[in-house]
Design a protein around this ligand. Structure first.
Ligand code: RFL
Ligand code: PHB
Length: 389
């Protein structure tokens, strides 16, 4: 097979890139190790920034998001037995939408297939070749046959565990930055009505907890846990009593219970691998960087990476200029580092660190008090959360 752009991975980054390129008249083929059913059912992110909503709408895949997503104009910070509202729209003029990542995936897959776009699911043994030449290629197995795609560019959108980052040339000169946190998140999906109209981020001595939502009948809750723990170690009663203890407060607000129908534990890391390009291989999304989910930035960063890449590729094919492509990594990293900073800040502010001294715990509490009493501090937090940069 031959195409202009070979895209490795059908997550939000790969699918949106393929869709944007198609709108610019540029051909691509996406290859994905998992099945369509699997990628359309994996529960991950929920919060879309305004910029992400805008790009989905402008590129014609925002209809279901506008209909089914919930626009949120604020969120709550809970600590010391009280809830405090961060008025996102009042402070920044912007809002966020809660719309599940797998619904974004469904919308993008449907748009690609409706336009006769090629997505090859359930491929295996993916390997990249000649990425520092003008004719890079990918080889893989599909339906029991050995296949290959020759392209002008290969874009690695294959997530943290993919093959693209290890295939970057000059591995010894790459700079990787990493922090692994000593805790994880225990996430559950619950059948119930929402307990709160807005997301609640709670700091508590027993550990962080988050109240989010998926729909009027399905809620998403998380609590800080040992990253090596196992979901089977927790009965439903234990899960509820932990959530009640961390979330309920002096004003009588109560968490609604319901049937728990999904449980998982995720680890937390900050990670950036630079540069994000070498020759004709470019990385986008989680393949190049990871943020802890506290700032709700991962999918939004994947979207802003591919927006830059699509512009660079458009300039290349339309004007024969590599100027934008040449500065892709530097341009993308400016936003990535700010999102890394924000995600680390939110994580540090809201989690309980076992090794923190009593003094450090008071500093954490004082920082939270500053945010809810200073409009300037709250505005800075809100600007970062909605992605107003
Ligand atoms: P993905 O989504 O990991 O997609 C990569 C795809 O590549 C496939 N793949 C391969 N395909 C071909 N060949 C190979 N060798 C391959 N190896 C892998 C994989 O099967 C997969 O389909 O990366 P992408 O596109 O960069 O998107 C990144 C986002 O998925 C991620 O950043 C977010 O989910 C992070 N995240 C959140 N982001 C937000 O913006 N807002 C949120 O509220 C938010 N909450 C979250 C989150 C992530 C979470 N978890 C589970 C880590 C909440 C959680 C709990
Ligand atoms: C989610 O709904 O899954 C979610 C919301 C906010 C976050 C992280 C995850 O910060």
């Amino acid at each position: 097979m031959r195409t202009q752009v070979a895209i490795i991975g059908a997550g939000p980054a790969g699918l949106l890139l393929s869709h944007l390129l198609h709108l610019d008249g540029i051909e691509s083929i996406v290859i994905e190790t998992r099945s369509r059913a699997d990628i359309e059912a994996t529960i991950r992110a929920g919060v879309l920034e305004q910029g992400t909503m805008d790009i989905l709408t402008e590129s014609g895949v925002g209809e279901r998001m506008r209909g089914q997503g919930a626009l949120h104009h604020g969120f709550e910070l809970a600590f010391g037995g009280k809830r405090h509202r961060i008025d996102l729209t009042g402070l920044t003029g912007k809002a966020i939408t809660v719309y599940p990542q797998h619904e974004v995936i469904k919308d993008l897959v449907a748009a690609r297939l409706a336009a006769d776009g090629q997505i090859l699911f359930e491929v295996s043994e993916v390997a990249l070749h000649g990425v520092d030449t003008q004719t890079p290629s990918a080889t893989f197995m599909h339906g029991g046959e050995a296949r290959s795609i020759e392209a002008d560019f290969v874009i690695g959108c294959d997530g943290y565990h993919g093959v693209s980052r290890p295939a970057m040339p000059a591995q010894e000169q790459r700079k990787n930055f990493q922090r692994i946190y000593p805790f994880g998140w225990f996430g559950i999906l619950v059948e119930s009505a929402p307990s709160s109209e807005e997301l609640i981020y709670a700091q508590h001595d027993r550990g962080f907890a988050l109240v989010s939502t998926r729909s009027p009948t399905v809620q998403r809750l998380y609590f800080q846990c040992d990253p090596t723990d196992h979901v089977d170690n927790w009965s439903d009663d234990q899960i509820w009593s932990e959530l009640h203890a961390r979330l309920e407060n002096h004003d009588g607000w109560r968490l609604k219970e319901g049937r728990i129908f999904q449980k998982n534990i995720i680890g937390m890391r900050s990670f950036v691998s630079t540069p994000m390009q070498a020759g004709r291989l470019f990385l986008a999304g989680d393949s190049a960087h990871i943020v802890p989910p506290t700032g709700a930035k991962g999918m939004n960063l994947a979207v802003s990476d591919v927006k830059l890449l699509a512009r660079g590729l458009e300039q290349f094919y339309r004007q024969g200029s590599e100027e934008r492509l040449a500065s892709y990594s530097d341009d993308a990293l400016k936003r990535i580092w700010r999102a890394e900073y924000f995600s680390w800040t939110m994580t540090r502010l809201l989690h309980t660190f076992a090794e923190a001294t009593p003094f450090e715990r008071e500093m954490q509490r004082a920082e939270l008090e500053n945010i809810v009493t200073s409009r300037a501090m709250a505005t800075a937090l809100a600007e970062n959360y909605v992605g107003a940069f």
